[in-house]
Structures are given as structure tokens and as C-alpha cells.
Ligand binder design. Sequence first.
Ligand code: 13P
Length: 252
Amino acid sequence: MRKKIVAGNWKMNKTLQEGVALATELKDILAVEKPNCEVVIGTPFIHLATVSELLKDSVIAVSAQNCASKASGAYTGEVSAAMVKSTGAEYVILGHSERREYYNETPEILKEKVDLALENGLKIIFCIGESLAQREANEQEAVCKAELVGSVFHLSPEQWKNIVIAYEPIWAIGTGKTATADQAEEIHAYIRKCVAEVYGAEAAEDTTILYGGSCKASNAPELFAKPDIDGGLIGGASLKAPDFKGIIDAWK
Ligand code: 13P
């Protein structure tokens, strides 16, 4: 059985104190009412150690939002996969469209990050998804497949077990314009088919594929009811505990 996951991506939001307050609130809420899925929060780097310590004995796992494409050395300002791991974080989000677009992260760079994250024992939430122009040209399948081929399909079957895919259509991120459940299911099923072609049907069945893009408590139940949608990667609605909890409750 593949894992159901609701993951928050805080992006560049929350000071350390605000982040600790949010993580504490979530921890307390989920201690009272156990979630029916795995819960992950993706914090900025500077929060990782404190929030990981805070959530050590909780049901919530912690994720970084990025790591360096180099192992160590003279790369001022960068944070390595080993450093992320040493904070107690379990996951790293890689390939987010904002990093591809604003920080010029190419498939080759992402492949290096993926390899380093796995070498250092991190699990990866790997993001893929098309732009509006690509959707309008009906290129969404080709785009998603190319992003998988470019950065993760070189992995061994054993390594693949540490990969979670997040399908995030760029036109749905932060726009309030969610993909319909049918639109999302169609591409999730296609992504699973691509995984099956490389890793086999059983591995594809076990692969968690999240939807991301204006997912909120009101639309999560319909999205998560689809057979190939295994949860969500949540931006805006992960910044307030009750909103995020509302999405987690979609699995109830
Ligand atoms: P929003 O939920 O704010 O649309 O962001 C989605 C996202 O990019 C998560 O990584």
C-alpha cells in the first residue's frame, strides 16, 4: 500500500519564532486528533534544526525545500544535503517550479541534488508540472515525462523507494485556480504509467504521487478521492494550522 501524504511547503514565509509557533500549534492539534496520513512540513533552512527537535516525538516529519548540488566546500551561502540530514529533517523538496524558474535549476542540476540527497539518507519530494502555455499546447504529458527522465529515472529500484512525486501545474500554484480533480487524475495516472515503464507495475503502485496547486480544505476531498492522487503538496494553505488541518482531514 502506498503512503498517503499531506505535505506543507512554507516557501519563504515565517520568521523562526513564527515557524516554531506554527509547528507547535500543528503538533498539539494532531496529538489530539491523529491524522489518517503522513504529515510533512517543509520549512526554510534556518528552521529545520529547531522544528525537527520540536517535532521529534510527533507524527509530523520535517522537510527542507532545497539542498545544494555540491557535497561540500567553497560554495558560499549553500546548504548541503548532509547538513539538512544533520538537522533531523527526513525529506527534501527538489525540482519546485519556483526554483526551476527563478534560480535556473536545470534537470542536470536537479539530478545532482537528487543523488546527493539520497546518498545522505533523505527522502525526496520531487516536483514536476507544466506551465500554462504548455498546458494550452497540450504538452503536459511530455513536460512531466521529460522532467522525470531528466532528474530521477536514472535511479535504481532501491533508490526509487525514497521518491515521492508532486505534480504541480505551474498555472495552479498560488493562483487560486486549481486543476479539476479529473484533470489532475488524468496526469497522475499518466505519471504512474511512466513510473511503471521504468520500475515495473508494483513499484508504480507503491509510488506516492501528490497534487499541488491551490489545494485547500474545500477542494482536497474531491482531489484525494481520485485513485491516483495520494495527497497534496500545499503552499498557502499550509501557513495556518486550521487550514492545513482541514486538508489533512480530507483523508478522514
Ligand atoms: P499553493 O498551494 O499556494 O498554490 O502552492 C502550491 C505549491 O507550490 C506547493 O509546493
